[in-house]
Design a protein around this ligand. Structure first.
Ligand code: HEC
Length: 310
């Protein structure tokens, strides 16, 4: 009896708030005066209104990014060094004027096939604020290989002031920091297909997602730019950063927004996880070892228990 009572009490506690919200929502849904209307009719109105409200409740991003095939995807993934070099070029010539890469040092670029002299030349293009010197003042000097890709702004406030109130995020980990919700059943399949390129797919989608017509029911705040691939709203403070032919490629790759977006996305994946290829190679060897070791253990077990009757 006691149990039944407490179960009833729990049910009451659980459902009372839901009932109260439904009650309070009803008057607005049926416009107050129509409260005495037939219950069936009022129920119908509420249902359609709820449906309409659901249709207008936006779920971001408005469009899911396309799944591209990346050279580094899958258990045998490898970097496409040419692509990474092109991505670096896009970053240096376009994105670096707003986005820093505070965890990537110039000397890390040796992994992309640049010689020490080339790395020094790239580093020297940047001005680094260093100090304080012996008189306590900060001073500026050209970059050296151990410096990191600096922010073009002295601080976040300055960055926000020049970008309509939004700070351009640091690029060091951006490819790992953004991932679009995959939804059921995709996230189950992802476990088996080892899909881990959500970040680069997102960045590619974002960069190629500008210039579309704004749907009627969507309101764009002044100073922001519509992009259905943006993860946090219908529009973002960054205008389309790159256009056709803006960066010259010297390896014959097409100079299109599509290609630029792929290259910068791959480059940002490398920046976020430079040891990705090595990690996968090590993982593969470990799996082979574990299989052999399991076989060995089984053989040992058979030998150890061979003379024990059972
Ligand atoms: C004129 C400055 C400027 C340039 C140049 C620029 N960006 Fe941005 N970027 C911004 C700002 C500002 C934001 C923050 C937008 C926001 O949160 O509304 C941003 C945000 C982003 C984001 C994060 C979006 C998110 O999900 O939060 C990515 C990715 C990005 N930029 C990529 C790029 C790439 C790639 C380039 C170079 C091709 C580039 N940007 C060039 C200003 C810039």
């Amino acid at each position: 009896m006691k149990r039944l009572l407490s179960a009833l009490l729990a049910a009451g506690v659980l459902f009372a708030p839901a009932y109260a919200t439904a009650q309070s929502a009803e008057p607005s849904a049926v416009e107050g005066t129509a409260q005495e209307a037939a219950p069936a009719a009022s129920g119908e109105t509420t249902a359609t209104d709820e449906h309409a409200a659901e249709a207008h409740t936006p779920h971001y991003p408005l469009e899911k990014p396309e799944m591209l095939s990346w050279s580094f995807a899958g258990p045998f993934g490898k970097w496409d060094i040419g692509q990474l070099q092109r991505g670096l070029k896009v970053y240096r010539e376009v994105c670096a004027s707003c986005h820093a890469m505070d965890l990537v040092a110039f000397r890390n670029l040796e992994a992309l096939g640049y010689s020490d002299a080339q790395v020094r030349a790239i580093a020297a293009e940047y001005t680094i604020t260093d100090g304080p010197d012996s008189s306590g003042d900060m001073f500026e000097r050209p970059g050296i290989p151990t410096d990191r890709f600096p922010s073009p702004y002295p601080n976040d406030q300055a960055a926000a002031a020049s970008n309509g109130g939004a700070v351009p995020p640091d690029f060091s980990l951006i490819a790992k920091a953004r991932a679009v919700e995959r939804g059921f059943p995709n996230f189950v399949f992802d476990i088996f297909t080892q899909y881990a390129a959500s970040g680069p797919d997102y960045i590619h989608g974002l960069l190629t997602g500008y210039g579309r017509e704004v749907p009627e029911h969507i309101e764009i705040q002044p100073g922001t730019h519509y992009n259905p691939f943006f993860i946090a709203g219908p529009a973002l403070a960054m205008a389309q950063p790159i256009s056709e032919g803006q960066v010259t490629y010297d390896d014959g790759a097409p100079e299109t927004v599509e290609q630029y977006s792929r290259d910068i996305s791959a480059f940002l994946m490398w920046a976020a996880e430079p040891h990705l290829v090595k990690r996968k190679a090590t993982g593969f060897v470990v799996m082979i070892f574990l299989v052999l070791f399991a076989g060995l253990m089984y053989a040992v077990k058979r030998r150890v228990w061979a003379s024990t009757p059972h």
